[in-house]
Ligand binder design. Structure first.
Ligand code: EZ4
Ligand code: CO
Length: 403
C-alpha cells in the first residue's frame, strides 16, 4: 500500500498545531502531530521541504523501515525538530496500519495491559484559596491525581498559573516572548507551604504532583525534595535542567520524593543515564517529541528494565492526535505510571474530534480503527498560524534563567 500524498497543515485554533496528513492508496488517511511549541514552522518546513517528498511512493506499512530511513538517513540525527518530524510520520503510519487492520492501535501494540490509563490534571491559583477551589473542582470531576501550582508571592507571574478563563497559560501572541521574573529563594520557601496547605485541606486521598519546570540547581532540588517528603508527593517534575543527567545523583542522595523528567527529551539517548542509573522514577518523554510510537516504546522498554515507569507529557500543546497516540501506548505497556492530561479548549474541537474518553480518573483511547482521531482540514484553514511564544525568564538582577 503506497503513500500517495503527505501534507502539513499549520493552524491556530487558540494555540498553534502542526498536523501531518499522510494519504495512502484507497484513500486511507493517517494523522500525525508535529507541534513543537514556539518552533512550529521549523518542524513544518522540515516535513514539507525534506520529508514529505521522500514519503510519496513508499510502502505505508513499513513503519520501522521508514523510521530508520528518516533517522539514519538524515546524518544530522536527533534534536527536537528532527524527532518531532519523525514522530509525526511514525504516528500517522501507525494510524494507517490500524485502519488497514480494522483495529485500534493499542491492539497492534500487544493489546490492553490495563482497563484504563490514570491521568493527572492541573490545578492552580493566584492565591492558596483560589488553588483550593480549583483543586476541589478537579476532585469533583473525578481526577485521582492532580498537579498543583500556585503563584509565588512577590513575583509578578509564576509558571503554571491559569488566567481567569481557566485553561491556557503558556504561549502569548506576538513576535517577541513575554518576560517573567524568577527568584529561587522565594520559591523554595513557598512551595512546601503550598503542599502543606493542600494536604491540610484535602488529606491524602488524591495523588499530588508538582512541576518545578527546570528552575533549580541540584542542591536546591535536594532541599525541596526533602522539604516535601511529609506531603508524600506522587512526583516532583523537572527539578533541574536535565541535560546534566549525572546531577540527579546528588538529588537522589538526599530525598525519597519521586522524580519525573523528560518532557523536553527527544530520544532514548537523552534519558539513558537517568534510567540505567535509576536516577529518576518516571520518564516523561512524549510520543510527539520523541520519535513517535516506535521510539517511545523503546524508551519505555528500557525504563521497564530498571523499574522506571512512564509519565508522558500531555500539555495542551500536544494535539489530540498526540494525546490519542499516547493513550494507545499507555494502555499497552507493562510499566505505565501516569499520563498528563490538560485537555484542549475550543475552537480546537472544530478541527479535531477524538474517540478517547475520561471516566472516574482514567482515560481510554476508544476502539475505533487506528488512533480514533479525525482532522477537518477545511475547518483548520479558518485558523491560520499566529506567532506565539513561551515566555523567557530573568532573575531579579536581569540575568537569564531557565524557564
Ligand atoms: O511548559 O508543554 O508539564 N507540563 C509542562 C508544560 C510545558 C509546555 C511546553 O510546551 O511543563 O506546561
Ligand atoms: Co512539565
Amino acid at each position: 500500500m503506497k503513500i500517495v500524498d503527505a501534507r502539513v497543515i499549520v493552524s491556530s485554533p487558540g494555540r498553534n498545531y502542526v498536523t501531518l496528513v499522510i494519504e495512502a492508496e484507497d484513500g486511507v488517511i493517517g494523522l500525525g502531530d508535529a507541534t513543537l511549541n514556539g518552533r512550529e514552522l521549523a518542524v513544518a518546513s522540515y516535513l514539507r521541504d525534506h520529508v514529505c517528498p521522500l514519503l510519496v511512493g513508499r510502502d505505508a506499512r513499513r513503519i520501522e523501515d521508514t523510521w530508520q530511513y528518516l533517522y539514519r538517513g538524515a546524518y544530522w540525527r536527533r534534536g527536537p525538530v528532527t524527532m518531532t518530524a519523525i514522530a509525526a510520520v511514525d504516528v500517522a503510519l501507525w494510524d494507517i496500519k490500524g485502519k488497514i487492520a480494522g483495529l485500534p492501535v493499542y491492539e497492534l501494540l500487544g493489546g490492553a495491559a490495563r482497563d484504563g490509563v490514570m491521568v493527572y490534571c492541573h490545578a492552580s491559583g493566584s492565591t492558596l484559596d483560589d488553588l483550593s477551589a480549583d483543586f476541589q473542582g478537579r476532585m469533583d470531576q473525578g481526577y485521582l491525581a492532580i498537579r498543583a501550582q500556585a503563584a509565588i508571592p512577590g513575583l509578578m507571574k509564576t509558571y503554571g498559573i491559569a488566567p481567569t478563563d481557566g485553561q491556557i497559560y503558556e504561549p502569548a501572541s506576538g513576535n517577541v516572548p513575554q518576560q517573567d521574573t524568577w527568584e529561587t529563594s522565594t520559591y523554595l520557601d513557598f512551595a512546601p507551604q503550598v503542599m502543606a496547605h493542600l494536604r491540610r485541606e484535602f488529606g491524602y486521598v488524591v495523588h499530588l504532583l508538582h512541576d518545578v519546570h527546570h528552575r533549580l540547581t541540584p542542591i536546591e532540588a535536594a532541599r525541596l525534595g526533602g522539604a516535601l517528603e511529609p506531603y508524600r508527593m506522587f512526583w516532583i517534575e523537572d527539578p533541574t535542567p536535565a541535560e546534566d543527567q549525572s546531577a540527579f545523583r546528588l538529588i537522589r542522595q538526599h530525598t525519597t520524593t519521586p522524580i519525573a523528567v523528560g518532557e523536553v527529551f527527544n530520544s532514548i539517548w537523552d534519558c539513558q543515564q537517568l534510567i540505567t542509573e535509576r536516577l529518576i522514577d518516571y520518564i516523561r518523554t512524549s510520543v510527539s517529541h520523541t520519535g513517535g510510537i516506535t521510539h517511545l516504546r523503546r524508551v519505555f522498554a528500557l525504563a521497564d528494565l530498571y523499574g522506571v515507569r512512564s509519565g508522558s507529557h500531555g500539555a495542551g500543546d500536544l494535539s489530540p492526535i498526540a494525546m490519542a497516540a499516547a493513550l494507545h501506548v499507555d494502555l499497552s505497556i507493562p510499566n505505565f505510571g501516569i499520563q498528563e492530561y490538560m485537555g484542549h479548549r475550543d475552537p480546537a474541537g472544530e478541527l479535531f474530534s477524538s474517540s478517547y474518553a475520561f471516566r472516574d480518573g482514567y482515560m481510554h483511547p476508544g476502539n475505533q480503527p487506528g488512533l480514533g482521531v479525525s482532522f477537518d482540514e477545511e475547518a483548520a484553514a479558518k485558523f491560520p498560524y499566529e506567532p506565539k511564544y513561551l515566555p523567557v525568564n530573568r532573575r531579579r538582577d536581569g540575568s537569564m534563567h531557565d524557564w
